[in-house]
Design a protein around this ligand. Structure first.
Ligand code: PGA
Length: 255
């Protein structure tokens, strides 16, 4: 039985005021939700403050990235041990914005996956095709190759207690969300791809959708059997919309 995970990716948004206020509102709105795992990934500078404001709630702390090194002369970086120390649980890696703006390769992202597993943190591995790849019918091939780099470097067991976020790049931050039935087909493909190596691992891996999820379209995504929650950018910056998305995921679980 898989629980959906709805995770807020604040990206480069936030302030001390927002951490305090948004988390207080979410705690209030989501206190009765039990059938959905919830996480918030603020910018790294606010992680500690967010942890303080989340204390005693069912909302987990997440982070948006991690370095591949644990300690040493790596100016500006944050290690998995530090994220663990601060109380973070779900760590986003391979987001398309990092792939694009920081030239992160599949191999480098697989290294991050490895370091998170060693530290017993939960990787949220973002994968997904560009618009051109989508139009060329390469969606499945792109997703498979992005997963294969992790499968080959580690093993299928690395996907035990891990999260995959399928995020078609053309749907991120554009308002042009993918069609839920088509997303379901991609998620099923991803699960089957992992099942070729280990069916038990494939059945428990959380596969989120991300890309312009909002309060209006969330329920239709969550009705799909292989869509286990969402990674939410823009709509996670408002308490009302994020709370409605979480509630839609919890409701879909009950139906
Ligand atoms: P969006 O971002 O919800 O603003 O499209 C999603 C993401 O990048 O994870």
């Amino acid at each position: 039985m898989r629980y959906p995970l709805v995770m807020a990716n604040w990206k480069l948004n936030g302030s001390k005021y927002m951490v305090h206020n948004l988390i207080a509102m979410l705690r209030n709105k989501l206190s009765s939700v039990v059938d959905c795992d919830i996480a918030i990934a603020p910018p790294v500078i606010y992680l500690n403050l967010a942890k303080y404001h989340l204390a005693g709630s069912q909302i987990s702390l997440g982070a948006q990235d991690v370095d591949t090194h644990i300690v040493g002369a790596y100016t500006g970086e944050v290690s998995a041990e530090m994220l663990k120390d601060i109380g973070a649980k779900y760590i986003i890696i391979g987001h398309s914005e990092r792939r694009t703006f920081h030239q992160e390769s599949d191999e480098y992202i697989a290294e991050k996956f490895a370091v998170l597993k060693e530290t017993e943190l939960v990787p949220v591995l973002c994968i997904g095709e560009s618009e051109a790849e989508n139009k060329a019918g390469q969606t499945e091939a792109v997703c498979a190759s992005q997963i294969d780099v992790v499968l080959n470097r580690l093993s299928v067991k690395a996907f035990n207690k891990a999260v995959i976020a399928y995020e078609p790049i053309w749907a991120i931050g554009t308002g042009r969300f993918a069609i839920p039935s088509q997303v379901q087909a991609v998620h099923k493909f991803i699960r089957n791809h992992i099942a070729k190596h280990d069916n038990a691992v494939a059945q428990q891996v959380i596969i989120q959708y991300g890309g312009s999820v909002n309060a209006g379209n969330a329920a239709e995504f969550f009705m799909q059997p292989d869509i286990d929650g969402a990674l939410v950018g823009g709509a996670s910056l408002q308490a009302d919309s994020f709370a409605l998305i979480v509630k839609a995921a919890a409701q879909a679980k009950q139906d």
